[in-house]
Unconditional design. Structure first.
Length: 275
């Protein structure tokens, strides 16, 4: 291979040599541009001695860039047809390859040994949001995420009140972390080329959550509020938040979900908590 990462031609040759093709059912769009994967590795902030878990490693192009940065990389891949190819590409560079589904991983076993980890991934559309929320909720060892996702998803993850993409996911991410869109990625760097643009999102876990509250209650209110986002909160939260709770929280009953930031949601949670 020319250099350490995979070019479009090399990725295509690898697939052809093993009788493989990107699987639409798994949302596979392999990154095949050396400059892009090195940019992702740089934005992830990892270096020698850092521990990285990569989800959906595919043919290993991004994996190689992370290893090139000096990180200790554990690469997870669900496609059993791709796994042997991935092993042949990255194991010579000291990468650990794990065959598994990111949505059902035993994270405690995977990240055994303590310490802080960074998650880096090129995530398919269908698992991006649930995986990120699951990691924030249940895997405290992962203190930073740098993910490549569809641009629309990226904007939703990092949105603030008043932004067009602000929604329930934005609130939940903000509870656990600080998220920023840190770059755009054109379709031309993928094999096959998707029909949409992608973006890079850096998600840094807070030392402590943004508010001291009942998180399950927060999820419930956010789900109800954004589930009927065109309705006033008085309507969408009827039976869950009463007039006294709105008054105590200092939140207008005629406001809509997208007008509330983390602080306002936290107040509603506290004032509407069951006795």
């Amino acid at each position: 291979m020319e250099g350490v990462t995979l070019s479009r031609r090399e990725a295509g040759d690898l697939l052809a040599a093993h009788g493989l093709a990107p699987r639409r059912a798994l949302g596979q769009n392999f990154v095949v541009d050396p400059n892009t994967v090195r940019r992702v590795a740089r934005l992830s902030g990892v270096g020698p001695g850092d521990r990285v878990v990569e989800i959906g490693a595919g043919l290993g192009s991004l994996t190689l860039a992370l290893a090139e940065a000096g990180a200790a990389v554990t690469a997870v891949e669900v496609d059993r047809g791709i796994v042997p190819v991935l092993r042949s590409v990255v194991e010579p560079h000291g990468v650990t390859v794990v065959e598994g589904d990111a949505m059902t991983l035993d994270w405690a076993a995977l990240l055994a040994g303590g310490g802080r980890w960074t998650l880096v991934a090129n995530l398919p559309y269908n698992i991006a949001t649930p995986l990120i929320i699951d990691v924030l909720e249940t895997v405290p060892a992962i203190h930073r995420l740098l993910v490549m996702v569809q641009a629309e998803v990226a904007e939703r993850l990092a949105a603030a009140p008043g932004d067009g993409q602000y929604g329930g996911v934005s609130v939940l991410v903000a509870y656990w972390a600080v998220a920023r869109v840190v770059g755009r990625v054109p379709p031309t760097v993928f094999l096959p080329r998707p029909k949409v643009d992608s973006a890079l999102v850096a998600i840094d876990r807070r030392d402590t959550p943004a508010a001291d509250l009942d998180y399950r209650r927060l999820k419930e209110l956010v789900r109800l509020g954004f589930g009927q986002r065109r309705k006033m909160l008085r309507r969408s939260l009827a039976g869950v938040v009463d007039e006294a709770a709105f008054a105590g929280a200092g939140v207008r009953p005629d406001a809509r979900a997208e007008e509330l930031g983390m602080e306002e949601w936290a107040k509603l949670v506290r004032w509407s908590a069951p006795a």
